[in-house]
Design a protein around this ligand. Structure first.
Ligand code: FES
Length: 147
């Protein structure tokens, strides 16, 4: 019974994330995907709460980063050079999907393949024409927190 309950919860969570992604992708003129739900993308980032813990410093690899998906917070934290941390929204500015991969110093959006620099979130490859939104972060002890 407990497994079924957990599975149901996980399935519901997956549908919820997919729903967010689909809504986000439906607002443009692209031929890809989805029924439209009307509102603009931006499902993900919550209002910044200074000091809110985002992740452990040790979780963020040098020359890479991680995608933080916790509650309403959907963001990317990168470490382009040792000791330099960058916070970015995980919401793709193209049509609002969530980025889902970081490799070879770029952050990748799965919906239409946009790529963004881990250094500053700028566009490396379209179709996005603007970069990922910056979210200030700072180090507090062993944690990365909203700045
Ligand atoms: S939503 Fe289209 S590339 Fe990200």
């Amino acid at each position: 019974m407990a497994d079924l309950t957990r599975r149901n919860v996980l399935t519901a969570g997956t549908i919820g994330v997919a729903g967010v992604a689909l809504v986000g992708c439906s607002s443009g003129d692209d031929t890809a995907t989805t029924p439209t739900a009307g509102t603009s993308a931006a499902p993900a980032t919550s209002p910044a709460q200074t000091g809110q813990e985002v992740t452990a410093v040790s979780d963020v690899p040098v020359d890479g980063g991680i995608i933080v998906d916790s509650g309403d917070t959907k963001m990317v934290v990168t470490q382009p050079t040792a000791g330099e941390y960058v916070g970015l929204s995980a919401v793709c500015p193209h049509q609002g999907c969530l980025v889902n991969q970081i490799e070879n110093q770029v952050i990748v959006c799965p919906c239409h393949g946009s790529q963004f620099s881990i250094v500053d979130g700028s566009v490396v490859q379209g179709p996005a024409t603007t970069g990922l939104e910056s979210i200030p972060v700072e180090v507090a002890g062993d944690q990365i927190v909203l700045g």
